[in-house]
Unconditional design. Structure first.
Length: 325
């Protein structure tokens, strides 16, 4: 499904089967000598069909296409190599490019899996979750030679449009947005979403993802955005949505602290099971595996935040980390 959102800017909507995100927004900008495609969907037939159909409908040719990936998650980078012209760049932040290479080499999971086990995650469930994780199984399988590192302030030109890279670490360590100042258009990627709250998880080699995310929200809150174009689902009012997300994490942090105060020495996995989640499941045991994984990661990022600010501390007992005030 293709929708024009501005002059020479189109949204191609890709379905994400069996995924609570429901869809991904890929944006196509028509230029003079080259076009730009922002985000590309999971590497799976349903996404491929939606993307290729959309591009064909727009009369877009592959050899004219550059690709911009807002961050390294599979639903954004997954098909980048398939739709980018042969000698054209695939832009990604230098930080996420580094993480993506460590992900592809297995180094990231080598670090992350033991970390989750130490946080009380049952090893068997973890393995099962991993083998069915779309982000792991449905993404690009190599560090394509067209990948090109960008950073804060990098300027991209498409026709008469200028897009400036804004670094907003948090959702991923090198997450970015693209800002069109003259038009007041912000491609928010997954930094600001309107119908769902962006998932903030704990990352290897990053000590406080939630703290970084909150700082990144404050950093971009006052941009005079007239049109926000998010990575998933619908658009909305930019600034008030950022305020809502900030308030959401304040409540989450207070809730996490309350659980630890009421029941000290729980593991992160146990704390996650006691937090409130917007999901149709009557108990933690009934949570779909992927959602349990996201919930524990989200909980961990809140624990890291509280720990870094001295509100809680952790002790390790028999290889499991436990938290108390
Ligand atoms: Zn994402």
């Amino acid at each position: 499904m293709v929708t024009q959102v501005h002059k020479n800017i189109y949204r191609i909507r890709l379905t994400l089967p069996q995924n609570p995100l429901k869809n991904l927004n890929s944006y196509f900008l028509r230029g003079d000598e080259s076009d730009l495609l922002i985000d590309t969907g999971f590497r799976r037939p349903e996404c491929r069909k939606d993307l290729l159909d959309g591009l064909a409908m727009l009369g877009s040719f592959r050899d004219r296409r550059r690709v911009y990936v807002t961050h390294m998650h599979g639903d954004h980078i997954g098909q980048a190599d398939l739709v980018c012209g042969d000698d054209r760049p695939i832009y990604l932040s230098a930080t996420d490019l580094g993480y993506y290479k460590r992900f592809l080499s297995g180094e990231m999971d080598g670090e992350r899996l033991p970390l989750y086990v130490r946080q009380g995650y049952p090893e068997e469930i973890l393995k099962k979750t991993y083998s069915t994780n779309q982000a792991i199984t449905m993404t690009m399988d190599h560090a394509d030679e067209r990948l090109c590192a960008v950073e804060e302030g990098t300027l991209l030109r498409v026709g008469t449009y200028e897009l400036r890279v804004i670094s907003v670490p948090g959702h991923t360590p090198g997450n970015t947005m693209l800002w069109m100042e003259k038009e007041g258009i912000m491609f928010t990627g997954d930094h600001v979403l309107f119908d769902i709250t962006p998932n903030i998880t704990s990352w290897p080699w990053m000590d406080d993802a939630l703290g970084a995310y909150i700082e990144s929200l404050k950093k971009v809150k006052d941009y005079p955005v007239r049109l926000a174009l998010p990575g998933h689902r619908e658009s909305g009012e930019y600034k008030s949505r950022i305020e809502e997300i900030l308030a959401h994490h304040e409540r989450r942090l207070a809730d996490t602290l309350r659980i630890i105060r009421e029941t000290p020495y729980l593991s992160a996995y146990e704390i996650a099971s006691r937090m409130k989640w917007k999901i149709r499941a009557s108990s933690w045991e009934e949570f779909p595996l992927q959602q349990r994984w996201f919930a524990t990661g989200e909980c961990l990022s809140h624990l890291d935040y509280l720990k870094k600010r001295g509100s809680i501390r952790s002790v390790e007992e028999n290889g499991v980390v436990r938290y108390c005030v």
